[in-house]
Design a protein around this ligand. Structure first.
Ligand code: AMP
Length: 560
């Protein structure tokens, strides 16, 4: 450590801790009458929002919630969830956002592992909760969330129903200051192997993440996705990295917020139209679903700006969205990183290029946002050059990365080997600082001594006009080690087989984009591709299914 001149002690000065409560106060200062909207069911002003957070804090305190307790939420994306994102950490308690799409066994595991004491349960999940409640080891009380009229439910140790409790509570709460390094939120990764792992974020981390995200989305001219007059609606579940942290940014800026409840494509389209939603974000597969929804046919979303992250954004989806009036910008992050790491920023030089070149950069993972450092490392911890060619594991430093995995110190040490957070992604960084994710380390296809990026192949295959969705994985091959295998969902009435796909990919081989070993020798036409709990391609399940089809000699497989 350098010997610097430290701040002299000042007994009277207020040392301002970075706490989530300061994000709430700023939004309602700007816009008292602006609305928070829940489906077609409820709307209220920022002034009421602030009061409702205080009411919820009173309800939880009276129910016995104390600083340091973990309070879990099982809900769809709602105004209630937004209120919990503030009230629970503002009490000094820890918000556990439960991934309601995990299996009941995994949900049980995460709730016991996180040591949840209080659980807020949406009436839709009461049967799920009751199925596991006898094995819950730490839960003391429950609270009912509902869109209906019911004031009670068959839940053990039920304190009451959310709206009735809020209505009866005081709209004032004097939120105390405390250490900014207190844990504010926790949730579990959707890791494909072993048990889910708990990541956690402090008030300081969430405040800094919010400020950096606001600066990125609101001030960088080639991005400019979010201004205070925009209307925001998440299409990323709030349990998945706090809807990528955007509700905190929207609240900071006093932006109108719309929460869609359970995702129903037609309801999403209707809310976008009727509430004039102008900014959203989701993973590519959810956007695909939205664009194919009956409610989206013949409708132009003109003016809608979206961040696409969580998986690679391919050119075909970028262009399909643009044709419907949606401007996409790619970003990169992960559960461990809060999540924002990078966003596709086009400098003056790139903006002056052709439309084709601009798209090439708009769909890459982007340039690290303020306060983030990114590097490429080989397996021995040696830094690789940022020349756009040298590949290695993407490693990161930033003020808002999870410091370990909750009660998994060993795995946490691995995550932070050599003092950098290891992403498990193979990437390149070019001279401009652009990160390009080549693949998950586990998903790279190794064939005949060559390494092939499944993401690159998916991008090229998605450009075939018959292809609606594609996933590529490596399958074991006695001669080549592995061979690429493509799963395709085609547009209605279209046909494509392994030979047709080869014809489509040939020009890319001739131009040197891919080598000839990248051409899949087997193709399966399916009606649906397996997805994870957050809507990403589930490559682990895809591999299992392919093995089963191959054993059964399925008829929908096409071979070169
Ligand atoms: P999760 O922790 O479930 O949010 O998943 C994080 C992973 O999603 C990363 O490690 C990447 O493999 C992938 N990912 C996120 N953003 C992108 C992106 N823009 N391009 C490619 N892969 C991405």
């Amino acid at each position: 450590m350098l010997q610097t001149r430290l701040l002299p002690p000042a007994d009277n000065a207020h040392t301002y801790p970075l706490l989530i409560k300061s994000l709430l106060l700023s939004g309602s200062r700007y816009e008292k009458t602006r609305e928070i909207v829940y489906r077609d069911k409820l709307r209220y002003s920022y002034a009421s929002f602030t009061e409702r957070v205080a009411r919820l804090a009173n309800v939880l305190s009276e129910a016995g919630v104390r600083a340091g307790d973990t309070v879990a939420v099982m809900d769809w994306d709602s105004h209630r969830y937004l209120e919990c994102m503030f009230a629970i950490p503002m009490l000094g308690a820890v918000l556990h956002t439960i991934n309601i799409r995990l299996s009941p066994e995994q949900i049980l595991y995460t709730m016991n592992h996180a040591e949840d004491r209080f659980v807020l349960v949406n009436s839709d999940f009461v049967p799920l909760y009751n199925g596991i409640q006898q094995q819950l080891e730490t839960v003391q009380k429950t609270l009912l969330l509902t869109d209906g009229q019911e004031k009670t439910a068959n839940l053990p140790n039920l304190v009451g129903e959310y709206e009735s409790l809020l209505a009866a509570a005081s709209p004032h709460y004097d939120f105390a200051d405390f250490d900014e390094n207190s844990v504010a939120t926790t949730f579990y990764t959707t890791g494909t192997t072993g048990n889910p792992k708990g990541v956690y974020f402090s008030h300081r981390q969430l405040v800094l993440h919010t400020l950096a995200m606001a600066a990125t989305l609101s001030s960088l001219d080639s991005i400019r996705l979010l201004g205070s007059d925009d209307v925001y609606m998440p299409i990323t579940p709030m349990f998945h990295v706090h809807a990528w942290g955007v509700p905190y940014v929207a609240t900071l800026l006093g932006i109108k917020q719309v929460y869609p409840g359970r995702y129903e494509p037609d309801m999403l389209c209707r809310l976008i139209r009727e509430e004039r939603v102008s900014f959203s974000h989701c993973v590519p597969t959810i956007l695909q679903m939205l664009l194919s929804a009956p409610g989206a046919q013949g409708y132009n979303f003109g003016g809608l700006k979206m961040i696409i992250g969580g998986s690679a954004l391919n050119r075909a989806l970028y262009e399909a969205a643009l044709a419907k009036g949606i401007q996409l910008t790619a970003a990169y992050g992960m559960s461990e990183t809060c999540p924002l790491i990078s966003c596709a920023y086009l400098n003056e030089e790139l903006r002056a290029g052709s439309e084709g070149e601009r798209i090439t950069y708009r769909i890459k993972a982007g340039i690290p946002v303020p306060l983030v450092e990114a590097a490429i490392m080989d397996a021995d911890g040696r830094r690789q050059p940022h020349d756009g060619e040298s590949q290695g594991e993407l490693v990161l430093r930033a003020p808002w990365l999870t410091q370990s995995y909750f009660r998994e110190a060993e795995e946490g040490e691995e995550l932070w080997a050599h003092g950098w957070l290891h992403t498990g992604d193979v990437a390149t960084i070019d001279g401009m600082g652009f990160i390009e994710i080549r693949d998950r380390i586990k998903d790279v296809i190794k064939t005949g001594g060559e390494w092939i990026s499944s993401l690159e192949l998916e991008d090229l295959i998605s450009r075939h006009p018959a292809v609606r969705e594609v996933a590529v994985v490596g399958v074991a091959d006695p001669q080549w080690g592995e061979r690429p295998f493509a799963l395709l969902v085609l547009h209605d009435g279209q046909a494509l087989d392994a030979k047709g796909l080869k014809e489509h990919l040939k020009p890319f081989v001739e131009q040197g984009n891919i080598n000839k070993w990248a051409i899949p020798s087997q193709v399966a036409l399916v009606t649906e591709i397996p997805k994870t709990s957050v809507g990403k391609l589930d490559k682990k399940r895809i591999r299992v299914e392919i093995a089963q089809w191959q054993e059964a000699g399925s008829a929908f497989l096409s071979t070169l």
